[in-house]
Design a binder for this molecule. Sequence first.
Ligand code: XMP
Length: 319
Amino acid sequence: DWTMAEFREAKIAEIRAQVGSSRVICGLSGGVDSAVAAVLIHEAIGDQLTCVFVDHGLMRSGEADQVVGLFREHYKIPLVHVNAETLFMSGLKGVTDPEAKRKFIGKTFIEVFEAEAKKIGGAEFLAQGTLYPDVIESVSFTGGPSVTIKSHHNVGGLPERMNMKLVEPLRELFKDEVRVLGRELGLPDMFVGRHPFPGPGLAIRIPGEVTKERCDILRKADAIYLEEIRAAGLYDAIWQAFAVLLPVRTVGVMGDHRTYDSVCALRAVTSTDGMTADIYPFDAGFLSRVATRIVNEVEGINRVTYDYTSKPPGTIEWE
Ligand code: XMP
């Protein structure tokens, strides 16, 4: 039996013993896992740690600023913020295959990260917020022996290429435990309680070609959906909720004219570890309120649907 306070102390000692006086770099994704890993490591070794935040332009509304603000201003952790939106958008041009998207984003992320790490220089260790389910799911999936369902871009790749030793203090933890640890470390509730967000970001919530314009449309719809979920007091009861922008246009009517715009799908699931999931049963009034707001407020969307698929057979993300 151990408490999270004990886990924290034990990990801090372990990190110090592992790292000694060497330098560590940590990639921040904007999510809870890498943030908790970074704060824990910073507590252990202070300014021997430098964080690198590769901003691929595929974040949700306001997210990049929140991460940068939290680390630079609140924790005073040295942070390099790389704005690589143009690089990612130009590389995603014409790419529609889900695995091709994931691979391009993963590879480019590594390249940008590697270049920044070189600039910082002299780091012997690479820190990652890898969790227990990441370790399992990237190897196999309950649907069959060693079948890769999706190539996750936060595990593997980097360490071998960069010839660095790994620091992965969260490897034994599940998501809910990471949240407890995050609170223990004083991370703000709003941040710790955040829904998980995939490494490839909005790219895998835009089936078909990803463009900056489509990302902007999706960011608006997603922000409205989450605002309504928070206002209804449902945020913490849901594992993940997000909007998906479909490559399908349908006919609608606004006032007295015809529209021909994109469809947006809403997804919300409950889960304990992301490996299986059930749909969140919103009441119809809630969903129609969100649908009305999105169609009225987001130019480019004229129809909203709700995804009723559990995992399995569906996955949580659409790609
Ligand atoms: P799926 O879509 O496979 O997602 O049911 C399970 C959980 O994993 C998240 N996810 C990712 N997280 N890098 C990540 O860090 C990825 O490439 C990635 N792909 C999916 C997804 O959001 C859900 O929580």
